[in-house]
Design a protein around this ligand. Structure first.
Ligand SMILES: Nc1ncnc2c1ncn2[C@@H]1O[C@H](COP(=O)(O)OP(=O)(O)OP(=O)(O)O)[C@@H](O)[C@H]1O
Length: 250
């Protein structure tokens, strides 16, 4: 029998007031894959991510994370489930007055009883994992944008989540730095078995890291494609999907 998916989304709809952002969105994310949520600006990618982790209410549908339905859990169970999930928000800045190591230690301080030396050692190992082993004592103002994203990933990984959400990780980075970040994400997925859900509209990134993807569309108010992004690029006949992947006018 196939393994249970890490995420199962069934018929998800989100509305803000009378405005439907998307409806009837269904997909599964399998263990260990890098799953990309893509689409043009304002189609609801970030909203879908927030809906999956319970930060935005569902108007319809059900979402299971790691086999549990967040909406059905009581507060304690919900908190316990969310502790098993890492998130790096697009705006998820590091705390400026704290070193990178202290930033990574923060979730450990909040959610574990580990001693200070144990927390420090773990933070150093997470920073090492993202290539920032030598920068642990630096302040966010002393590092580049690409390094800040890496530190954000290290912080999101502090509690060893089996599932990691990244909201527009390449935003604001130059193409070479962004490609380096893509390689890091692929390496982490391969080396740790972490499942990634990545929100992005950057085609190079999608093709470089995405094992599978869904594409949302503003006009359709929902999903217009699902599958291997390279295959969608080669084979899709849907005009908006083709336009996105081939950089053609729809
Ligand atoms: N809390 C909210 N209340 C009302 N409208 C909202 C709220 N959050 C998002 N929206 C609207 O929902 C739509 C989708 O926004 P969202 O940020 O999810 O899109 P996106 O695909 O992530 O876009 P981008 O790539 O530009 O970040 C937008 O029209 C946005 O204005």
């Amino acid at each position: 029998m196939a393994e249970d998916p890490v995420i199962r989304a069934e018929g998800l709809s989100v509305r803000f007031g009378s405005k439907t952002i998307f409806k009837d969105v269904s997909f599964e994310v399998r263990r260990g894959e890098i799953f990309v949520i893509l689409g043009g600006s304002g189609c609801g990618k970030s909203t879908l991510l927030k809906a999956l982790i319970g930060l935005v209410p569902l108007a319809a549908g059900h979402a299971w994370l790691l086999g549990e339905e967040l909406a059905k859990e009581d507060d304690n169970e919900r908190r316990a489930l969310l502790r098993r999930i890492g998130v790096m928000w697009q705006s998820g800045a590091l705390f400026g007055s704290m070193t990178l190591a202290e930033n990574v230690e923060l979730p450990l301080e909040e959610h574990t009883d580990l001693s200070r030396p144990a927390r420090e050692a773990l933070a150093r190992s997470k920073l090492g994992l993202v290539g920032l082993g030598d920068a642990a004592a630096k302040l966010p103002a002393e590092i580049s944008g690409g390094m800040a994203k890496r530190a954000g990933i290290a912080r999101a990984m502090a509690l060893d989540p089996p599932l990691l959400f990244l909201d527009e990780p390449g935003a604001g980075l130059d193409p070479i730095t962004s490609a380096g970040l893509d390689k890091l994400i692929k390496d982490i997925a391969r080396d740790t078995g972490t499942t990634f859900v990545v929100v992005t509209h950057e085609l190079q990134s999608i093709l470089a890291i995405g094992d599978r993807c869904i594409m949302l569309d503003k006009e359709a108010q929902g999903m217009i494609a699902e599958g291997d992004p390279r295959q969608l690029k080669a084979e899709s006949t849907q005009p908006t999907v083709r336009a996105f992947f081939r950089r053609e006018a729809a």
